[in-house]
Design a protein around this ligand. Structure first.
Ligand code: B12
Length: 492
């Protein structure tokens, strides 16, 4: 009999908005030939702990793998893993993904997580699974964190090119339950066509993850996956969840070639400077292939702040203005995220960025905005983290502290409660957000129909013109009434 491995995806989104659990599909792909796999998804069921306990008892599984991002996922993962461990102390639990990679010691200090796998998971996971089932030394499992007297982490495994990894075992999960509807289409799925990012922005969690490497699937393989998803699940929309889809222009153009004529609208993430370097011919192709919206980190309207963030490349506020203009020409919506309120002078940073955003909207009113508030991520040599530490910032030291109310807010990057950040500054960002979103309602919210859009724009006009953003209660009430969805709560 083949051993069973249980894989658990903690809840990460609201019901009906679940994404394919790509992280777990990726690690499942490398063991599926030799092990049976069962997926338990907190986005699909109410009580994952009970389900895991029942399936572990029925299958005699020895290992539970769990993927964890900071935020709601961590919240559920802590509760569920604690309960599972109490019921089944012999079931080994391994965490992987962003949170345990960044906070390995804290994770291992809990008494319910046995192992952490840092960074790219496929090769180390295979090795761990084999070691636990067929013998071997934990010290030989690369990228593995485990308790050995104290927390111990083995050296990282070399990254494996995606081209050498097997396709995701879609047939092992109920894919139709993940087909969603949004502004891209009525049958939307997701794919991950490259791993990593060559830059080292010092507010970004991806850096400690991949150390400035970028490993991409070929256009042939990417195109074949999309064709499969369309033939099998009739998709008309696709989200590429890559950390940076557009690093290589020739690859992006070649993928676009393969998407032209398929009737699929797509979304992906890239950098302003990279995309400004693309030729008109490539842009033309992207537009024709169905690129509907491209997410880019604009981060700040201030060149010095961009410098402090170590944005790298050619990043500048002028280039951001240029890309929104360029994308307007091609009919592709720019989705810009900003990281506001970074030290040392958060209030000044916020004011400057608000002025900049107003300029952007004048150039291209369709631009989508995502306004995050700076929250540090662990990263060696990060100037921002060093400044934050000087101002009294410390990460929590236990998983329990991570999931308390204050730190849960921190992880969502909307109300971080960081020592340098006054709540009046946070309020200013949120008030401005309410006004600008009313004045220029987002195109991604399908519930906002013509009349309501006009009403919101009319009501917010005087505030926007006079730059008076305080106490926008009437707008917030109306937005609540239409269940206005902030893009960052439905995106990433
Ligand atoms: C898809 C996605 C989501 C989906 C959730 C998908 C799901 N699991 O259900 C949605 C849209 C819901 C989401 C929400 C959020 N997300 Co998100 N999300 C992503 C995104 C774009 C892709 C992740 C992915 O699937 N990658 C593809 C897979 C194959 O790669 P992977 O996850 O890295 O997995 C590999 C390894 O990590 C490892 N691994 C992962 N899990 C496991 C488990 C085990 C057992 C093992 C052994 C290995 C392992 O092996 C895998 C294969 O190599 C990333 C950015 C990115 N491109 O990485 C952000 C990202 C992870 N999200 C992030 C954030 C901040 C959020 C939000 C908090 C945003 C917000 N403000 O609301 C929310 C809330 C999260 C929550 N609710 O808990 C940040 C995390 C930052 C941080 N400090 O850790 C990221 C990095 C984006 C960013 N650059 O800031 N997100």
């Amino acid at each position: 009999m083949r051993p069973t491995i249980l894989l658990y995806n903690p809840i990460s989104t609201s019901p009906g908005k679940q994404r394919l659990p790509l992280s777990l599909l990726a690690i499942a792909a490398v063991i599926t030939d030799d092990y049976d796999i069962e997926f338990i998804d907190g986005n699909l069921i109410d009580d994952p702990a009970t389900a895991i306990i029942a399936r572990a008892q029925a299958t005699k599984a020895k290992l539970l793998g769990c993927t964890v991002m900071a935020g709601p996922q961590l919240h559920q993962a802590v509760d569920v893993c604690r309960r599972v461990k109490a019921a089944l102390p012999d079931l080994q639990i391994v965490w992987g993904g962003y949170f345990p990679t960044q906070h390995t010691d804290v994770t291992l200090r809990s008494d319910y997580v046995d192992y952490v796998i840092q960074g790219q998971g496929e090769a180390p996971f295979r090795r761990l699974v084999d070691t636990l089932h067929h013998g071997g030394a934990l010290s030989d499992v690369p990228s593995l964190g485990y308790v050995n007297g104290g927390p111990h982490v083995n050296p990282r495994a070399p990254l494996v090119p995606l081209e050498k990894l097997p396709w995701y075992p879609y047939e092992r999960i109920d894919v139709p339950r993940y087909v969603g509807a949004n502004y891209l289409g009525s049958r939307v799925l997701s794919h991950h066509s490259s791993f990593g990012c060559p830059f080292a922005c010092n507010f970004c969690a991806v850096v400690s993850f991949v150390n400035q490497r970028w490993l991409a699937e070929s256009a042939d393989r990417g195109g074949a996956v999309v064709t499969h998803l369309q033939d099998r699940y009739q998709i008309d929309g696709l989200e590429f969840h890559d950390m940076d889809f557009f690093v290589s222009e020739s690859r992006a153009a070649a993928i676009a070639d393969r998407l032209i004529g398929k009737g699929i609208n797509w979304w992906a993430l890239g950098r302003v400077d990279t995309l400004m370097g693309y030729s008109d011919a490539t842009f033309e192709k992207l537009a024709r292939s169905g690129a509907k919206m491209i997410f880019m980190g604009a981060e700040s309207g201030d060149a010095d702040t961009l410098e402090r963030m170590n944005k790298g490349g050619q990043s500048s506020p002028e280039l951001t203005l240029a890309i929104v203009e360029r994308m307007k020409y091609y009919g592709i919506v720019p989705e810009l995220s900003f990281v506001l309120g970074s030290p040392p002078d958060p209030a000044a940073d916020i004011d400057q960025t608000i002025q900049f955003i107003r300029k952007i909207k004048r150039v291209n009113p369709a631009t989508e905005l995502i306004l995050y508030i700076y929250t540090p991520v662990p990263q060696e040599d990060s100037l921002l983290l060093a400044e934050a530490t000087k101002l009294g910032f410390r990460f929590p030291e236990t998983l329990e502290a991570w999931v308390d109310d204050t730190w849960s807010q921190f992880a969502l990057r909307r109300n971080p409660g960081t020592p340098w950040f006054r709540s009046s500054s946070r309020q200013r960002v949120r008030d401005f957000e309410a006004v600008i979103n009313a004045y220029y309602p987002t195109v991604t919210d399908m519930r906002l129909r013509g009349g309501m859009r006009q009403l919101l724009a009319a009501l917010s006009g005087w505030r926007y013109r006079l730059e008076f953003y305080r106490w926008p209660y009437e707008l917030k009430a109306l937005q609540r009434l239409v269940h206005y969805r902030r893009p960052e709560t439905t995106g990433f």
